[in-house]
Design a binder for this molecule. Structure first.
Ligand code: SF4
Length: 156
């Protein structure tokens, strides 16, 4: 089972480039970021993110074209089941997950269109800082530079 915090669900424009994204905060985070910005997400809080809950959230937020899980929780099989549900029942939405781990398994890269990896390190900053250690991949391509300046060569 993975759980989300309903009151923190939001439609966001910044987290995934060029997408109108429905973002859900996943609890039971297994990350260990020093300087964690959301320690409450390490706790067993919220309610189960079931396929029905996913359907309801999408119906209530008509017009989104990406579904983002902010965190992975502690149940990888349940996470992959949600990704599969999205793939089969909501093929018009891209699937995204933010992980706080340095790396994730190949099946997670395969199940999601967008995968963010890397623990939060306060002195290196988040994705929109050039010094960041975090990376956002789209189908295996590193698109982190999209958070810096639109179209800028990430190697410059
Ligand atoms: S991924 Fe890191 S910053 Fe985010 S909730 Fe987990 S430990 Fe905290």
């Amino acid at each position: 089972m993975i759980k989300y915090v309903p009151e923190l669900t939001d439609v966001v424009l910044e987290e995934i480039p060029d997408k109108v994204t429905l973002a859900v905060e996943i609890s039971n985070c297994r990350g260990s970021c020093i300087g964690c910005h959301s320690p409450f997400l390490k706790q067993d809080i919220g309610v189960e993110l079931t396929p029905d809950a996913v359907d309801r959230l999408i119906a209530d937020n008509f017009g989104v074209n990406c579904f983002l899980l902010l965190g992975e929780g502690k149940d990888p099989e349940a996470l992959l089941r949600i990704a599969e549900h999205l793939r089969v029942h909501h093929p018009d939405l891209e699937r995204a997950v933010y992980s706080g781990r340095p790396e994730v398994e190949p099946e997670i890269y395969a199940a999601f269109d967008y995968v963010k990896v890397g623990p939060y390190v306060a002195e290196l900053g988040p994705l929109n800082e050039r010094t960041t250690n975090q990376r956002l991949y789209h189908h295996g391509e590193d698109i982190t530079f999209r958070f810096w300046h639109k179209g800028l060569d990430p190697n410059r």
